[in-house]
Design a protein around this ligand. Sequence first.
Ligand code: FES
Length: 112
Amino acid sequence: MVNWVFVTKTSEVPENGGKAFPVNDRMIAIFHDQGAYFALDDFCPHQGASLAAGWIHDGCVACPWHAWRFALKDGTWMDNPKIRTEHYALELRGEDIFVELPPDQEPAIDAS
Ligand code: FES
């Protein structure tokens, strides 16, 4: 079963920036980069900073604490591709942003 969960409206995410939203038991960072939207876990795997507070450049978000860079498209750490932060499939439905949660997560709102 696919768990698509509503997160926010596109108008809530600044262009060339990000914002974190609580979704069930986690924080998900939504980024807006050059007209495209991406969803990553908001928790930096280094020391836990909010990635949504980072800055976007060249398809990556740089963590605001120590500048580790993660690819927006899949969460890969640019200095070591074996490490990544969790990435979520994202779907736009008009102005609404939905993300797909892992199968073990029950959706807060059943969007299907
Ligand atoms: S906490 Fe993100 S790079 Fe250190």
